[in-house]
Design a protein around this ligand. Structure first.
Ligand SMILES: *Cc1c(COP(=O)(O)O)cnc(C)c1O
Length: 222
């Protein structure tokens, strides 16, 4: 099947409240354009340099999502155009995003990445770090960054029960910060980014509002 066919097939199965991020990392602009022509406007990349190059070449009504781990010193290369940063997991990074957003006279929307997998290698905050970041004075004062939700990745495993447990855990953290009045800065929290090609149906069952799908649309990566 073609990229357009893959895309339309997946889109037809997604509930209306779930946003599709087409993960186009490593893929050439011609592939992205095929998805664009089929109506896709949200693309996810995991390297800032690659995303910036594609942004320069492609139509300007595309929303670019940074889904990979972000190095603080590279935020400036995307601050002008990035639409949502998924992998934010430290106060230091939050501060840099706020600073670069201010320089560009805009507000940058971000998701805080939670560590929900069993693996040690995955990035992300635990619940204590999340609470302390959101309630910190520094964060409360920032005017150019907006935390609009959470993101997480489940353990890389075939064990559906394990994945379900981790997604359900992330959903419960999401619900709890949404209901916390004390953290008034996060009243805009509405997005829960969880689910990839292999587990997005399960993620949606567990409450995901945003899925990040790459290989099922564009084919495998080298
Ligand atoms: C690559 C990537 C995806 C997409 O993975 P697929 O299995 O190809 O759908 C989703 N989220 C993140 C953070 C990624 O790096």
């Amino acid at each position: 099947m073609s990229i357009a066919q893959n895309l339309l097939k997946i889109k037809s199965t997604l509930p209306e409240h779930v946003t599709l991020v087409a993960v186009s990392k490593t893929k050439p602009v011609t592939d992205l354009m095929e998805a664009y022509e089929a109506g896709q406007r949200i693309f996810g990349e995991n390297k800032i340099q690659e995303m910036a190059e594609k942004w320069e070449q492609m139509p300007k009504d595309i929303q670019w999502h940074m889904i990979g781990h972000v190095q603080t010193n590279k935020v400036k290369f995307m601050a002008q155009f990035v639409s949502l940063i998924h992998g934010v997991d430290s106060l230091k990074l939050v501060q840099e995003i706020n600073k670069q957003a201010q320089k560009n006279d805009r507000i940058i929307d971000c998701l805080l990445q939670m560590h929900i997998a069993e693996e040690e290698t995955k990035f992300g905050l635990d619940e204590e770090e999340l609470t302390s970041l959101l309630s910190s004075n520094e964060f409360q004062k920032m005017k150019n960054i907006r935390i609009v939700g959470l993101m997480g990745m489940a353990t890389f495993t075939d064990n559906k029960e394990q994945i379900k447990k981790e997604f359900t855990h992330l959903k419960s953290i999401f619900d709890s910060i949404r209901s916390t009045d004390a953290i008034n800065r996060v009243s805009t929290v509405s997005m829960l980014s969880m689910g990839m090609s292999g587990d997005y149906q399960l993620a949606i069952e567990c409450g995901s509002t945003m899925v990040r799908i790459g290989s099922s649309i564009f084919g495998g990566r080298k």
